[in-house]
Design a protein around this ligand. Sequence first.
Ligand code: TPP
Length: 521
Amino acid sequence: MNGAESLIRTVAAAGVDVCFANPGTTEMHLVQALDDAGAIRPVLALFEGVCTAAADGYARMAGRPAMTLLHLGPGMANGLANLHNAGRGGTPVLSVVGDHAIAHRGQGAPLESDIEGLARPVSKWLRTSAAPGAVARDGAEAIAAASSAPGGVATLIVPADCAWGEAPDGPVAPVAAEPRATVDDDTVERAAAFLRGAEERPATLLLGGDALTERGLRAAGRVAHATGARLLAETFPTRVERGGDIPFAARLPYFPEEATAALAEGSVALLAGAVEPVAFFGYPDLPSALVPAGMPVAALAGPADDAADALERLAAAVGASDAGAHATPAVAGAAAVDTDAPLTLETAPHVIAAGQPENAIIVDEGVTFSAFYVPASAAAPRHTYLALTGGAIGFGIPAAAGAAVACPDRPVIAVQADGSGMYTAQALWTHAREGLDVTTLICANGTYEILLAELARAGVDDPSPRARSLTSLGDPPLDWVALAGSMGVPGRRATTAGELRAALADAIAEPGPHLVEMVIR
Ligand SMILES: Cc1ncc(C[n+]2csc(CCOP(=O)(O)OP(=O)(O)O)c2C)c(N)n1
């Protein structure tokens, strides 16, 4: 058996069942080994950023890593932005990168580069295999590192001769990952006392990570019921269960003034699975920290901790009943929208929220649209929601592919801004090729709208023609229906609420990929 076969059999035995790949010459033995082992589904993506976001979306839903297979430094560099997002989200990814044979390094071959140097900033674990017989063990350790709490990206660089050379010992057994840490009793007691001490105004429970699972949210709801605390969720969570009878946690707003005002409604802040929040960007005269100055902050559980368990024990410590009682502010349902109403930020999110089916997976890269969609869908049927964790756009369409591969029985809806969608639009081809049940809803506003908002915040209300040219996508206009059609995804354009309602219903009713271009005014 060669090194490539020993690696692929090792990772398959460790539970990896899909590989999002864009290979080249240095990966040919790995490609062949994928075929021989048979246990891993190979999924071709037409750009490495598609591979890496698909692996992120897959792992968020499957709870275990997918493998990506990328071609030397330049191929991996094309996938870095979405590896960044996965790392920021604590999502496990096994990133396998081929390299030149060891004897061929240092000769100045065109694709030679410092792969480790490129991979290091996004990798929590990084190794270059030294010999064919080492590759299997390296792979097992990489999976354990990626899967250990908090999850992240493990990069294994495999020189071509380590793949083609003899590995006489064959595959190795899986290596155990470090689970989430259990929060100690003292910390739970201190948190209970902290909440009891917050008497004048309610405390805020800021939820992230594991606290946003169904179990975590139900426990947090019971704590809120017993203590009067209010629930806030971090702004861009990796994964949240929402809708139906799940206790509702409002989202911490994006802009720093609004986020600080939301936190100021509480008297103290208790962190559960979240870190102390900081502003997305720095601005003149605004602090980085979002918690108002002087407000007491305590941590029940960090992102690597078992926050759901800690919240259940906190609920017991504050005397919450086990009856499932939870406090949830009255959440408005989706508003009724007239059939002829044009699609705007006020109407379209409500049409989607009213039309999304039970048990949907929502992949949200709506950017400005998201701020309207998230509250509009608070009372939608039960769904799982995935956000852009690391702020690097080009995540949504490929992440939806990965989520659909992980959960073939659940409908996936990508709420997708047009500018961000153009970074990795070729993921639509993967939707079609793999027959994935993904409905991509393009928020077609024809601009980088958020950048216009940021220009306005910088005091530029009337941007110069050159500044405008850097924020407009309108000349020439993008034709998403034609773009989708060219990649095998049937598309429709919707300009009114009625058209969107019908297009969404048809897309949901028919299995396979669809795209709706929502023309937003
Ligand atoms: C990889 C990367 N490149 C650039 C940016 C900067 N950026 C943030 S939002 C944005 C454009 C957003 O436009 P669009 O996706 O159409 O959403 P809209 O603002 O119109 O809602 C850009 C270029 C980024 N965040 N990530």
